[in-house]
Design a protein around this ligand. Structure first.
Ligand code: ASP
Length: 303
């Protein structure tokens, strides 16, 4: 999704690579909806495509923590029932978004962390991988750079030469969807921040911060400096503005982002209501984003 993507540093072949995965993600999610599937399944399908790609800071392309581990977070929420599921700090789950869904549907709790989440996911037949599956050289280089600079950073904020060369400046992934029955869902998946320590967990798996869905307002997925998204309850905040103040979705997103900016944060939000009105807003220089409607054409934008 978002970040300080520099127009002049983003090479055409990299743009092409990201665009291709985003298109695949949009088409995969849309196919679920076109076949009469529910918004939750569409969100999962769309996110799995991005988790399986090394390009994004989620699943296969996740950033490294200070200890050199890939600690993944994800959440999903169903706007019809307000049911939600999340996992945090997991290191062996190939698709954390599927594990979050298993928590939502097969467990009485909302959030499971670390080893416990992994044990539960294994019991549920989730795909377990060796932590080495997540190793990507450019992410490792980003960590070394961040450690040297004593920096804890969004993956796209590290000014690593290798990174700049490869234009690897793209983060957390998320999806929102509206199905034929008029039901909303939202999901988000991330590796968090490069060089994070001490079991740090960001906004992504926190319901109301990085992820939220309620048919009475909107579905929201967020990306950015997680601490500020937690402190502003960004996703719920956006939903509440739509629900209680009647704000258009774009205005609500902008309002939330400006509150985040006031406390020193940055990032982006994707927001969708049951009328199909949506907004993809950010206060960074760019955010890879896309939308697909009934015409089945994937529209992708960066800046
Ligand atoms: N929001 C994520 C986190 O703070 C990071 C990101 O969006 O790239 O963990």
């Amino acid at each position: 999704m978002p970040g300080n993507i520099q127009r002049d540093r983003l090479k055409p072949e990299r743009t092409q690579a990201f665009t291709q995965v985003l298109e695949q993600s949009l088409h995969t999610g849309y196919t679920v909806l076109a076949e009469g599937g529910c918004s939750i399944d569409a969100v999962i399908a769309a996110i799995v495509v991005m988790e399986d790609s090394p390009l994004f800071n989620a699943g296969k392309g996740a950033v490294f923590s200070h200890e050199g581990r890939n600690e993944l977070d994800a959440a999903i929420m169903d706007g019809t029932s307000l049911r939600a599921g999340a996992v945090a700090g997991v290191t062996t789950l190939r698709n954390p978004i599927r594990a979050a869904h298993a928590v939502m549907t097969k467990n009485q709790h909302v959030m499971l962390i670390g080893q416990g989440a992994e044990n539960f996911a294994a019991e549920q037949g989730q795909h377990i991988v060796d932590p080495l599956y997540f190793y990507e050289q450019h992410r490792w280089n980003q960590l070394q750079k961040a450690i040297a600079a004593e920096q804890i950073a969004l993956d796209h904020d590290i000014d690593d030469d290798t990174v700049a060369e490869n234009d690897e400046k793209h983060g957390t992934v998320g999806a929102v969807a509206l199905d034929r029955k008029g039901n909303l869902a939202a999901g988000t998946s991330t590796g968090g921040l490069t060089n994070k320590r001490f079991g740090r967990v960001g906004d992504t798996p926190i319901i109301g911060a990085g992820t939220y869905a309620d048919n009475r307002s909107v579905a929201v997925s967020a990306t950015g400096t997680g601490e500020m998204f937690i402190r502003t309850a960004a996703a719920f905040n956006t939903a509440s503005q739509v629900r209680w103040l009647g704000r258009p979705v774009a205005d609500a997103a902008d309002h939330t982002l400006s509150e985040i900016a006031v406390i020193g944060g940055e990032g982006g939000l994707i927001v969708l209501n049951t009328r199909g009105e949506y907004a993809m807003r950010f206060n960074t220089s760019g955010m890879f984003r896309g939308v697909i409607h009934n015409d089945r054409i994937a529209h992708i934008e960066i800046f």
